[in-house]
Design a protein around this ligand. Structure first.
Ligand code: HAM
Length: 448
């Protein structure tokens, strides 16, 4: 006789437990089918601008050795200090989900000797980035950036070209009221002088600073200028201004950047407090905002894009000195604005679509083959094979905005014909199946 197995209370309770309906991780959202048109548009615009300005695509892994960012972006930056997703692999490697794309590209530049592809080398990328931030409108833990980098030249014309390309990218995405805020944060010669001046200025005011700023005063005093805390923001009003302290070379470089921008009519605003949160920048730094909104209030106070020159990043990650400049656009913020001011186009694909309507089982079976013939010929076919009612299928054809409905029933099966119905006018005719591809191609061409 088999021994009787009795279940413990815990086992019984577990059996009763309902399966969990899982949720997405906080701050990481799904991009649903009805939003994809925005993303398709963005990808098209990014590719177009990259082609016009002659940038080549690069894709780096989503995971990197965490040290790439610790060394490159800076251990005292918010990104590394607070926002990186870092984990240990089973093999013991410390990897990070990339919080940004510039340091990995510099890593790849040396690892793959990318200098052989040209000087300067112009690269672009598009993909997800990850930062452990408190999610809110315009701030996510997984977000997408398109980035543009020019590596191998310190000429001010490239700073201007990066700003111009990103500005055009946003314009082509139909973002209104763009403003470029720009500053120069100097170089190894003038920045230490400025650091000392800032430290002197804040020394007597230290107790009025927030905790983060008090900590930063020693190792990263420039960051005090972009602290959002009310008390710190008020204090910075009297702080020394970087532009007054720039060395001759940095001053000349910045002047040229501004001249090049004026040449192409890109409007800019000098912002003495703009320092950016990443440690690798020197000289030009900038951010692009949209002041578009209602009743004088912009929808977004966050930057849509940010970037600058980073001539020292290569050395920070162990390479030889190499000058570079770049920027990245954050697409979640752009999509939110696009939704507010761009009407989604009745997509070309939609009005070019054919909807297949079947009546009866035999028509459904034969129709399966006909649809495949059409698709192989490059015709976009939609259908609802799970529904048998003619009315329900026609309603769906209408809802989907199909240009043409194909109606295929018992009679048509035996006559090797099919009914072609123009969904706009309602006119319909029976045509031989053998001519269907040709007829549809002609009709669809004229229906756009
Ligand atoms: P960043 O300013 O940190 O720069 O990010 C660029 C853009 O990414 C921001 O302007 C914003 O639109 C978007 N972004 C950043 N964090 C978030 C977030 N949590 N949620 C939504 N969007 C966000 C960089 O990443 C540099 N690598 C840019 C660069 C390229 N510098 C030189 N080359």
């Amino acid at each position: 006789m088999k021994p009787k197995i009795t279940k413990t209370k815990k086992q019984k309770a577990e059996k009763k437990k309902k399966p969990v309906l899982f949720q997405n991780p906080k701050g990481m959202r799904d991009i649903l089918p009805d939003e994809q048109m925005w993303w398709n548009k963005i990808r098209r615009v990014v590719d177009e601008v990259a082609e016009i300005y002659n940038f080549s695509r690069i894709d780096t892994p989503i995971l990197e050795d965490a040290r790439v960012f610790e060394a490159g972006v800076g251990a005292s930056s918010d990104i590394v200090e607070k926002q990186m997703f870092v984990f240990k692999t089973k093999g013991g490697d410390r990897l990070a989900l990339r919080p940004e794309g510039t340091a990995p590209i510099m890593r790849s530049y040396f690892q793959n000797s990318l200098g052989r592809f040209g000087q300067p080398l112009k690269l672009f990328y598009f993909g997800p980035m990850f930062r452990y931030e408190q999610p809110q409108a315009g701030r996510a833990r997984q977000f997408h950036q398109a980035g543009f980098e020019i590596i191998g030249d310190d000429d001010a014309v490239y700073d201007a070209q990066i700003i111009l390309a990103v500005f055009r990218l946003l314009e082509k995405s139909r973002i209104k009221d763009l403003s470029v805020r720009i500053n120069s944060i100097g170089c190894r010669v003038c920045r230490p002088v400025y650091r000392r001046k800032i430290q002197d200025y804040y020394k007597n005011r230290e107790e009025r600073l927030c905790r983060d700023c008090r900590r930063r005063l020693g190792d990263n005093p420039l960051r005090l200028l972009d602290c959002k805390n009310d008390d710190c923001a008020a204090l910075k009003e009297g702080a020394p201004i970087l532009l007054d302290i720039l060395c001759g070379a940095c001053r000349g470089h910045f002047k040229r950047v501004l001249e090049f921008l004026s040449e192409v009519n890109v409007p800019y605003i000098l912002d003495n407090y703009l320092v950016r949160g990443l440690d690798y920048y020197n000289r030009t730094v900038f951010e692009i905002f949209s002041d578009y909104g209602e009743e004088g209030k912009p929808f977004f106070t966050f930057a849509l894009a940010g970037g600058g020159r980073y001539d020292y990043l290569s050395e920070l990650i162990g390479g030889r000195p190499i000058s570079a400049v770049g920027a990245a656009v954050g697409w979640e913020r752009v999509v939110e604005l696009m939704k507010k001011n761009v009407k989604p186009a009745a997509g070309r694909e939609r009005s070019q679509k054919v909807f297949f309507v079947h009546i009866g089982d035999l028509a459904k079976q034969k129709g399966f083959g006909i649809m495949e013939t059409l698709r192989q010929a490059g015709i976009v076919v939609s259908e609802s094979l799970g529904k048998d009612l003619l009315k329900a299928q026609m309603r769906l054809a209408d809802k989907e905005g199909a240009a043409i409905a194909l109606i295929f029933g018992q009679k048509e099966v035996f006559e090797d014909s099919i009914i072609v119905r123009d969904m706009r006018s309602g006119a319909q005719e029976s045509v031989p199946l053998k001519d269907l591809v040709e007829i549809l191609k002609k009709r669809l061409k004229t229906s756009v």
